[in-house]
Design a protein around this ligand. Structure first.
Ligand code: MSP
Length: 500
């Protein structure tokens, strides 16, 4: 039986249409999911929409729609985006689904039975935009508004009856968990951030609201609905059908943006510890896609529309660019000039040109069949060997950007080899080494396109099909297994366009 791997994206608020920041989160999770499949794992990959709460209710009101009609409309846009981005998700969860209601209410009852919930009154600051409660020391005044220092969102004073979760009991247990499992929160800078927040002390957390109705009802309560973050985080259990079958839990990794770290690395593990449910193995907080120096976000009006950009430059090109140019875990600026440079130099000039030169010769002089290398020198052997160990190491720590850089530098080495060997001259001089040179380059190209499958699934599948490798067979086990001599090939055509 295949080993299992369970990975999730955040579930998105369908309060407005998706932008490049959302696409980035999903593409990076998809990259990891696809890489794990290359390694032979049976991957469960879940994404979806987070549909309850005041923020959604208000967005619906603005459009004069009921929240359910509003959510149906925008959730569909996120669902379509999974197809447009060619995500390999195995599920798309909506928190308005029946399966999710059941899971949330079940978890609530467990927390209640275990005496981690009590009724009291909340009075404090709340940000509808972040759907978060903030302490007094996190609030500052700006332009006559009270805002949260960290996120810049406006907060309002809330006083209402509320159920509370005994979060304060988990301070030491959480710190011990972070210390015993240094890999739990990644990258390390994020771990430090969380540890210092928890060391600062934890207050009990308000986990219900009773001033509006758009949410999952608290079991046995007429007035309260479940706090949207307790509701949303539970999606990770719902998607595994946890209370009926716990074989897919715990998650191997929750991929999230750094702005929602506190919910995932503090509240979520505390809820699970209280319910005696195993914790996810890892929380990875990636950085933001910046526009200028600011986070790209709807409220700042500085959005790049992923669909517009990929219509112009191609999906795989955009996926490749985001994964290579933004260091995974850090913020990254993206812009069109940089995107064009990246496509031109890595894809068109490096990989594309290599492929073009090799295929023209193979087609013309070897009837479009895998050339017979006759004999391979030890240097040829070394060159054909792709450095898989380094790549695996990069991926084990989710250094996606380094993984891609290593593949590109492998491609550059092959290009240099072809330039030095000049197979176009050798073929004219009937030099017997020409077969070996083309054979090395062709097998290296096979390795390159296998390794780039997580970034560029469509281009990779097309290219590998020309080498008679079926999509379902694409795997790391084919790296360093050479193509059979004399096998018929198909011309892949021009793989990458250049942009001026
Ligand atoms: N609904 C919550 C998540 C619940 S998960 C149980 C939420 N939704 S969101 O739509 O506001 O954001 C979803 C994700 O998109 C977050 O991880 C956030 O970090 C990410 N991004 C939103 N804007 C972003 C950028 N500009 N750059 C990178 N990612 C950003 O929070």
């Amino acid at each position: 039986m295949k080993k299992k791997f369970y990975i999730t994206t955040p579930i998105y608020y369908p309060s407005a249409k998706p932008h490049m920041g959302h696409a980035y989160s999903s593409i990076s999770a998809d990259f990891i999911a696809r890489y794990k499949r290359l390694e032979g794992y049976d991957v469960k990959f879940v994404t979806g929409t987070d549909e309850h709460g005041q923020k959604i209710q208000k967005s619906a009101e603005k459009r004069k729609l009921s929240p359910d009609v509003f959510c149906n409309e925008i959730s569909k846009v996120f669902l379509e985006l999974t197809k447009t981005l060619n995500l390999s998700n195995t599920d798309f969860i909506r928190t308005t689904e029946d399966r999710h209601y059941k899971t949330v209410q079940r978890l609530w009852k467990i927390l209640e039975e275990k005496k981690f919930i009590y009724l009291s009154k909340y009075s404090g600051w709340y940000s509808v935009s972040d759907e978060a409660f903030y302490n007094e020391n996190e609030i500052i005044e700006k332009d006559n508004n009270k805002i949260c220092k960290a996120t810049g969102s406006i907060v309002e004073w809330v006083e209402e009856e509320s159920y509370f979760f005994r979060l304060s009991e988990f301070q030491n247990i959480l710190i011990k968990h972070y210390e015993d499992n240094p890999e739990f929160i990644q990258p390390a800078s994020r771990r430090n951030e969380v540890m210092s927040f928890v060391r600062g002390g934890l207050n009990d957390l308000s986990i219900s609201r009773n001033s509006f109705k758009w949410g999952i009802p608290v079991p046995n309560s007429k007035d309260h609905i479940v706090y949207v973050w307790l509701d949303a985080l539970t999606n990770y259990l719902t998607a595994t059908n946890y209370f009926e079958d716990n074989s897919s839990w715990p998650a191997d990794v929750h991929i999230i943006g750094k702005d929602i770290l506190r919910f995932h690395a503090v509240y979520w593990p505390a809820f699970l510890l209280a319910a005696e449910i195993p914790l996810p193995k890892k929380i990875f907080g990636h950085g933001w896609i910046l526009s200028g120096d600011e986070k790209m976000s709807k409220s700042k009006g500085n959005i790049l529309d992923p669909v517009e950009i990929l219509n112009e430059f191609g999906l795989d090109e955009i996926r490749y660019y985001l994964m290579k140019e933004v260091m995974y875990g850090l913020d990254g600026k993206i812009n069109i000039d940089n995107l064009k440079n990246c496509i031109n130099s890595d894809l068109a000039n490096n990989i594309g040109n290599l492929s073009q030169r090799i295929f023209v010769l193979i087609n013309k002089y070897f009837s479009c069949k895998v050339p017979d290398p006759k004999s391979l020198s030890s240097d040829d052997q070394k060159l054909i060997q792709c450095p898989v160990d380094g790549l695996t190491k990069s991926m084990n720590s989710f250094e996606i950007h380094n993984y891609i850089r290593e593949v590109i530098s492998y491609s550059s080495r092959i290009n240099k080899f072809v330039n030095d060997e000049e197979p176009w001259t050798k073929v004219k001089n009937s030099d017997p080494r020409v077969g070996a040179v083309l054979y090395v380059a062709l097998n290296a190209l096979k390795n390159i396109f296998i390794l780039l499958h997580p970034a560029m699934p469509l281009k990779s599948e097309h290219y590998l099909s020309c080498l008679n490798i079926d999509t379902k067979d694409i795997s790391l086990s084919l790296i360093n297994k050479n193509l059979p001599v004399n096998a018929e090939l198909k011309m892949p055509g021009l793989m990458f366009k250049k942009y001026i």
